[in-house]
Design a protein around this ligand. Structure first.
Ligand code: ATP
Ligand code: MG
Length: 384
């Protein structure tokens, strides 16, 4: 651990109303231990390849529901090196300030007595049921280089992206998704191995119908919100239009009937051929009148940033002005000077605690942020 204790003791004028003010890591990826004290302002982590910048963003992302920005297995976060003799396999803890109130939140993985692994989540010293509870304290959005190809790669990636957007507005979306997927898996198992008991299948399709329509409605409502915000956008991060594609169902009964009608084909193919798990997200660059997949790499990145900024603005609007944290991995690398300046200005206007990484400090000359040089797992605040 390395950090200069005389820094960032006071929350400055740039502090966001929702911000991480302390971050502590233990046995997490490249960090045996690490701590950062933050002013609440946007944060820049600059340093060479392999310094441990993305690992910090990954750690923060685990303080939200789900598996974080790498989507990695929880055991992959364990620091590769001498195993700790006791305690957690890894742990991430933070003090988060939210509208003037401090919250202590943390998550980690431990070995249970029978040798299994268990994720723990703590809110103000009390063990929470699941990581879903973290969503009440801190909201966050991330953009990573792996997402740059989202418009040209598989529909699954776009669906996961869409569902994270939905989750920000409708936390119950996670529950509906789990309900739907559990019933879908069970139905696929019955169709494959039997018994193909019609009453049992009816029950599962009923469950899929209800949860599936809830999922579809939540997605549609979120897209309506985002499209409204996206249509108002001007400047270098373009206006865009989002749409759901794939077969849509008006109500639970219609979806249920479609599932019942496709039982035989599903049994033959070993897949589920109808339902919201097949929905895709289409994005259009409005000014260019082109689908995102036909835009240049830089244009696609700008579209993603537009969506992220529209989402952040809508989330802030829905939560009394509290903008979500923005985890922006290597954000500056592919942006020209004009776009970088515009992004920094939008982050300031949002009042969000953005966490930005890059290999080159000079990319962040114009941003109003707390800047840390990261090297070999150590942090040094760079005076401005
Ligand atoms: N479980 C682990 N245990 C130990 N080290 C790990 C583990 N997982 C990743 N690392 C190492 O952490 C180091 C830092 O990774 P990270 O992705 O944070 O780098 P970075 O600063 O973002 O670099 P880049 O600029 O290339 O993106 C890498 O050298 C990686 O091999
Ligand atoms: Mg990185």
């Amino acid at each position: 651990m390395a950090f200069a204790p005389d820094i960032a003791q006071n929350r400055g004028a740039l502090a966001s109303p929702l911000a991480v003010t302390q971050l502590r890591l233990s046995n997490f990826r490249s960090y045996v231990s690490g701590a950062l004290m933050l002013s609440g302002a946007p944060v820049v982590l600059a340093g060479p390849n392999g310094a441990g910048k993305t690992n910090i963003l990954d750690a923060i992302s685990l303080l939200s529901p789900g598996r974080g920005l790498r989507g990695a297995k929880l055991s992959e976060h364990v620091h590769k090196g001498p195993a700790p003799s006791e305690g957690a396999l890894w742990a991430v803890a933070a003090t988060v300030t939210r509208g003037g109130t401090d919250y202590e939140i943390g998550t980690g993985l431990t070995l249970s007595a029978n040798g299994g692994e268990k994720r723990h989540v703590r809110l103000n010293g009390v063990e929470a049921k699941s990581s879903a509870d973290l969503g009440d304290v801190v909201q966050m959005i991330w953009l990573t280089p792996a997402m740059d190809r989202i418009f040209i790669e598989s529909a699954g990636g776009r669906r996961r992206f869409l569902d994270r957007l939905v989750l920000g507005f409708e936390p119950s979306h996670a529950r509906a998704s789990t309900r739907y997927e559990t019933a879908m898996r069970e139905r696929a198992r019955l169709l494959k191995y039997g018994p193909r008991d019609p009453t049992w299948l009816d029950g599962l399709e009923n469950e899929m119908g209800e949860a599936g329509i809830e999922i579809a409605r939540a997605r549609a409502t979120t897209l309506e919100r985002l499209n409204r915000a996206l249509s108002e956008r001007q400047g270098v991060f373009p206006s865009a239009a989002l749409a759901l594609t794939g077969e849509m169902f008006d109500d639970a009964q219609t979806l249920r009937n479609a599932l019942a009608a496709t039982r035989l084909r599903d049994a033959e193919t070993g897949r589920t051929l109808v339902g919201p798990h097949l929905t895709d997200l289409n994005a259009r660059h409005t000014a260019k009148r082109a689908d995102a997949r036909d835009c240049s790499t830089g244009e696609q990145k700008a579209l993603l940033i537009s969506i992220m900024l529209a989402d952040a603005r809508e989330l802030a609007r829905a939560r009394g002005g509290l903008a979500p944290l923005l985890l922006l991995d290597e954000i500056a690398a592919h942006l020209d000077t004009m776009r970088r300046t515009a992004l920094f200005a939008e982050i300031s206007a949002l009042g969000a605690q953005a966490w930005m990484t890059g290999t080159d400090l000079s990319l962040f000359d114009e941003v109003e942020a707390q800047i840390f040089a990261v090297e070999d797992g150590c942090f040094r605040e760079v005076p401005r």
